[in-house]
Design a protein around this ligand. Structure first.
Ligand code: ARG
Length: 459
């Protein structure tokens, strides 16, 4: 089946390798449903504008319904000779309904058609992704709720810094994902604008009504410049950037899960169904899922780099370069969707080992800042109290014990402002409770944040 759609002006057929090189049907067939949606709206509008007869419209609708059914049943054979999804579908339509199929492309070009298809497709995928982000947030909140009072060491520089609630730590990721979701929602607004009607690049001579097509396709707005409409893929770059940031967030959580599951930390365990063994070392249980998420974050960032380079320096208007937008976009969506799905499930399979977390808190002088704050509240300037505590830490380190394990008389040898009540601030629980303000790690605040998120997510 040769491509008669545009081969009339050529003296020789396109070389086989060139067909393979320039064809996109292998991957853009994924857009078929959205291509049909766009075509049906275009045909309806052409009819309302008096360009297509009622009979032509009815034929197109019938033919497209058959094609849709053929695709669903896996009966439609995609042909590389027909280059891409648009020409494959148009040819099937013409095979089925005759001349009306050939009239469908009136006032339209593949340039505005493909730009419309990707936006229709991507806007649906963003809706799906937003739902999955929410699922993951819910699963993190469940874990946080069970661990409001679980004390773990908070780290800076990966050195024990101050005690934090494990629930608080989980909620940090809920916040990150909340911003990821905002970025998706915001980007969706710009995805949800209609290029259709821009035709090849300059618009069309037919009396089209773009408002009608936009309404039929549920677009929020219409692209207002035909050259821009067919050529820019900034919306795809924006989406991939938002996806990259989200993957970066998940790579951070992954790195923590991997560390925490290592016996050196022993903070958590991940359910067996998310781990694999080693073919040689019988004792191994490896955190493959978080490791792969960490790896796949690089893959998504690679797609962002690819797409942004694809756009760079492209002259107006459409260039074939833009066909290269699809595979990175598709792969980004696949990766993000799979990652979110598996992550929500995996977080439900995380078991926490509070005794090990607490033991780690007791090893790193995590309450040293609390002692310094205690002295400040008794009148010592902060810099002086910092020095006093540093000396006490040094002593405890030599004694191989925690600050809370030093006798009162020893503590008093560093400052006579210290009295019996010091032991309340030296416990991890005392340290947590003392940080009782918006955003602090005190259990009361963590509970408040959990409720705030539950209310937000219920909306
Ligand atoms: N397959 C093409 C793409 O993905 C469709 C648009 C082709 N337009 C053209 N003038 N060759 O961009």
């Amino acid at each position: 089946m040769s491509n008669k759609t545009w081969s009339g002006r050529f003296n020789e057929p396109v070389a086989q390798l060139v067909k393979q090189y320039t064809g996109s049907i292998d991957f853009d067939k994924r857009l078929a449903n959205w291509d049909i949606q766009g075509s049906l709206a275009h045909a309806q509008m052409l009819h309302e504008a008096g360009v297509l007869s009622a009979q032509d419209l009815a034929d197109i609708q019938r033919g497209m319904a058959e094609i849709q059914a053929d695709i669903e049943a896996g009966r439609l054979e995609w042909s590389l000779d027909l280059e891409d999804v648009h020409m494959n579908i148009e040819r099937r339509l013409t095979d089925k309904i005759g001349d009306a199929g050939k009239r469908l492309h009136t006032g339209r070009s593949r340039n505005d058609q493909v730009a419309t298809d990707i936006r229709l497709w991507l806007r649906d995928e963003i809706t799906l992704i937003r739902g999955l982000i929410k699922e993951l947030q819910i699963s993190l909140i469940e874990l946080a709720e069970k661990n409001v009072e679980t004390v773990m060491p908070g780290f800076t520089h990966l050195q024990v810094a101050q005690p934090v609630s494990f629930g608080h730590h989980m909620l940090a990721y809920v916040e990150m994902l909340g911003r990821d979701d905002e970025r998706m929602a915001d980007c969706r607004k710009r995805v949800n604008r209609m290029p259709l009607g821009a035709a090849a690049l300059a618009g069309t001579t037919y009396p089209i009504k773009r408002e009608t097509t936009a309404k039929l396709l549920n677009f929020e707005a219409i692209c207002q410049n035909s050259l821009d409409a067919v050529s820019d893929r900034d919306f795809a770059i924006e989406f991939t950037a938002a996806a990259s940031l989200m993957m970066v967030h998940l790579s951070r959580l992954s790195e923590e899960l991997i560390l925490w599951m290592s016996p050196r930390f022993g903070f958590i365990d991940i359910a067996d169904r998310f781990c694999t063994g080693s073919s040689i070392m019988p004792q191994k249980k490896n955190p493959d899922v978080p490791e792969l998420v960490r790896g796949k974050s690089g893959r998504v960032i690679g797609h962002l780099t690819g797409l942004i380079m694809l756009m760079k320096s492209q002259p107006l208007a459409y260039n074939k370069d833009n066909q290269e937008d699809k595979e990175p976009l598709f792969d980004t969506v696949n990766t993000v969707v799979d990652t979110l799905r598996i992550y929500a499930d995996m977080m439900r399979g995380v078991s926490v080992k509070p005794e090990n977390m607490r033991a780690a808190v007791m090893q790193g002088f995590a309450t040293a800042t609390d002692l310094a704050d205690y002295l400040v509240k008794k009148g010592l300037p902060f810099r002086d109290s910092h020095e006093v505590v540093a000396l006490a830490v040094r002593h405890a380190d030599e004694q191989k014990c925690d600050l809370s394990e030093l006798p009162l008389a020893t503590l008093q040898s560093f400052s006579d402002l210290i009295t019996e009540d010091v032991y309340q601030v030296l416990t991890p629980e005392g340290s947590l409770n003392a940080r009782n303000h918006i955003g602090g790690t005190a259990p009361e605040q963590v509970r408040y944040q959990i409720q705030r998120w539950k209310d937000l997510l219920a909306k």
